[in-house]
Each structure stands twice: as C-alpha cells, then as structure tokens.
Design a protein around this ligand. Structure first.
Ligand SMILES: *Cc1c(COP(=O)(O)O)cnc(C)c1O
Length: 379
C-alpha cells in the first residue's frame, strides 16, 4: 500500500536509541539539549525548547503569553483540532477564520479583519501542507491590531523563514510529519524572557532539572510558576538528532515529488486543482488535490485504495466537528467548507519515487473518468 505518509526510520535511529539505553540517562539530558540547539541552528534561532508534542508546544506558548479567560484567539478551521484546543486549554475562545481561497487555503486576512474584536489577543497561523503564510502581511496586521502572532508550524520544519513570523512557533515530530521522534514537538521564540518562561513551564515551573541538580550536587529547587510535565526524553531526542540531519534532503525530495505531481496531474487530470503556485516556499508536508465539485469522493477513495493507494482528507473543518459544533453552533466558513468537501490528500513522502507519482496520477485520472459525470462531459 502506498501510504499518504510514512516515517523514515532505520539503522541509525536504532543505534541512537541503543546508545541512550547504554548511557543510563534516559530523560532531559545532553541529547535533549543538543537536539534543541541543532533544531534552533537549522532555523537561524539562538535556542529552541523540546517538548512532548506540538499540542503541548501550543499550550505552553499561549500560557506563557498570558492568554486566558475573556480573550479571543483567531485560528483557522482548516487545521488539526489541536490548534483550536490550545485556546480552550487556557480558557480563551478560539474564533474560526475562513481560508483565502481554494487555490490559497491559508487563513484569510480579510476574514481575520472581520472577526477581530476588542477581546482578540492573538492569531495562530497554520502553514497548511507546509506552504508558508504571508509573513509581512500578517506582521502588519498583528502590529495594527496589537495582536500576538503565533505559528502552528507542525507542517513546516526546516523551511527558511518558518519560526520568524512573530512571538513563537510550535513544531510537531509526530509519526506522520516531515521528521519524527514518534511523539514530540519544539518551540522557537526569539524573545529571551518568553523562552525562559516556557522552558520553566515545560517542567512544573521548577528552577532546575534532575540532571542539573546531579551536576551541581545541590538537591535544592524552587517552583516559580504554574507548570506542566511537557518534557521530551533522551530516546526521542536521540532519534530526533538523526532525523534532523536528514530533514533538508527529505524536504528537497518532497519538493521534487510535488513538482512531478503538479506536472502529471496537469496532464492527466486537468480538472484537479493543486493549491499554491509551484514556486511557493514550502516544506511540502502534504500533496492536497482539490477535486471538481461534482466528484463523488468516497467511491474514488475506495477505487484508489483497491489499487493500493491510500488517500486522506485535510481537514474536516474543526468548527464542524461535534465538540466544536456544539460549543459554537451556527459557525459558517464557506470557503473552508467547500475546500474540505473537495480535498483529497495524495501520498507524499521521501521513500516515494517519480514512478509512484505517475501511478497515483494515472489511477486518479481513471477514477475521475469513471466516477464523475462532469469529467465525462469534459472528456
Ligand atoms: C500534527 C499537528 C498538530 C499536533 O501535533 P502533535 O505533535 O501530535 O501534538 C498540531 N497542528 C497541526 C497543524 C498538526 O498537523
């Protein structure tokens, strides 16, 4: 089965894990620190904070920025549910913003303007499928409205410019992301004080960790703020260090495969839209395809699956999920809803070849001809 995404793990990761076990120190040690510094350097930052997940990263950022009850946070609905959940974790209200268009399914500036109130404190941008949002435009918006600017960069590790938009950025190393530690995440902030607060809040607000107390031979610590256990362990950091070395080459393969998809789909399935310009700055996390409006998507998914091709949907709109629909009934985001109804995510990962892309594109063309009356008329 050709999967939508697949973790690339092998002998080096195994060796790295064995070395941690042999070392006898399994959490929050030298490898976590080295991972943080290496991840920071890759993004032209002085420092980063490794955490247990991107969800934890988003929670820590909003918590450290002092966002709370009575505040509103602008979020996309075309995202993973974690983006919106982070606002609820701190007692704030997530306010869903529509996407710009089917061709540019990133948060709409115009709709963000419209949804801004005197209670709006922050905006969380999500670099959908790895394609970066417009940095200057959002910075100008945040300045004018006096908003904190946060990136959900789960789809975009290793891209130039990511993590430089605003106050902080959250990354994910979950198993289906561009690089993985099985579960894991990181935070980049260029604000020193914020970095210190988040680092402390990651581990119960404690002034020192177990390793530091061992080295300094002082058992004393204090707790200066409300914190959590959102730590990363040495095993994950060791895997992450191997993965980080490979990330730039993997992102490049993703870029080439995406370009190949664009060419093949244009030839074989001209009615299918691939969002964004081919030259858009991206980590190419996903290959989203937008099907013609009349296409019956479910039979097509089953057809592709029969031929060994997995496809998924990014995303069911968050505002339409039962929990959020019950919480904020009547929310309407027409462009997000239209995009989500027509979107199909095709396989894209660095173990794929150009021949795999050809196979997917031709199977998709066959499926579209068979299943879509509009397509038959066009042909
Ligand atoms: C995967 C993902 C997350 C959550 O990441 P975890 O590391 O699993 O917590 C958040 N936002 C987006 C956009 C994601 O794709």
């Amino acid at each position: 089965m050709l999967l939508v995404s697949e973790p690339a793990l092998g002998a080096e990761e195994k060796e790295a894990l064995a070395a941690v076990i042999d070392s006898g120190w399994i959490t929050m040690g030298d490898r976590v620190r080295e991972f943080e510094q290496t991840f920071a350097r890759m993004h032209d930052a002085d420092d980063s904070i490794a955490v247990g997940s991107c969800t934890a990263a988003l929670h820590l950022i909003l918590h450290a920025l002092g966002i709370g009850p009575g505040d509103e946070v602008l979020v996309p609905s075309l995202t993973f549910v974690a983006t919106a959940n982070a606002a609820l974790y701190v007692g704030a209200r997530p306010v869903f913003v529509d996407v710009e268009s089917t061709a540019v399914p990133l948060m709409s500036l115009a709709d963000a303007h419209a949804k801004c109130t005197s209670r709006t404190k922050a905006v969380i941008l999500m670099h959908f499928a790895g394609y970066l949002a417009d940095r200057e435009a959002w910075q100008a918006f945040a300045r004018r409205k006096n908003l904190l600017l946060i990136e959900d960069a789960a789809h975009a590790p290793g891209v130039e410019g990511v993590g430089t938009f605003g106050d902080a950025a959250a990354f994910s190393f979950y198993g289906n992301k561009n690089m993985t530690t099985a579960e894991g995440g990181a935070i980049i902030t260029r604000n020193r004080a914020l970095n210190e607060t988040i680092r402390r809040a990651r581990s119960h607000g404690m002034t020192s960790n177990t390793r530091q107390r061992l080295i300094s031979r002082s058992p004393e610590y204090d707790v200066t703020l409300l914190g959590f256990n959102y730590r990363m362990d040495e095993l994950r950091a060791a895997v992450g260090l191997v993965q980080l070395r490979k990330l730039p080459a993997w992102n490049d393969i993703r870029r080439q495969l995406s370009l190949h998809y664009r060419q093949r789909l244009a030839e074989l399935c001209p009615s299918v839209l691939v969002p964004f310009d081919a030259s858009w700055v991206s980590a190419h996390h996903l290959l989203p395809a937008v099907l013609p409006a009349a296409t019956a998507r479910q039979p097509l998914i089953e057809q592709l699956s029969k031929h060994g091709i997995q496809t998924t949907i990014h995303y069911p709109p968050v505002h339409r999920l039962t929990f959020y629909n019950d919480l904020y009934p009547g929310t309407s985001l027409p462009t997000t809803e239209d995009f989500s109804r027509r979107e199909l995510t095709l396989p894209l990962h660095p173990a794929m070849t150009a021949a795999d892309v050809d196979h997917v594109a031709s199977r998709l063309a066959v499926g579209l001809r068979a299943g879509c009356p509009a397509e038959v008329v066009q042909a």
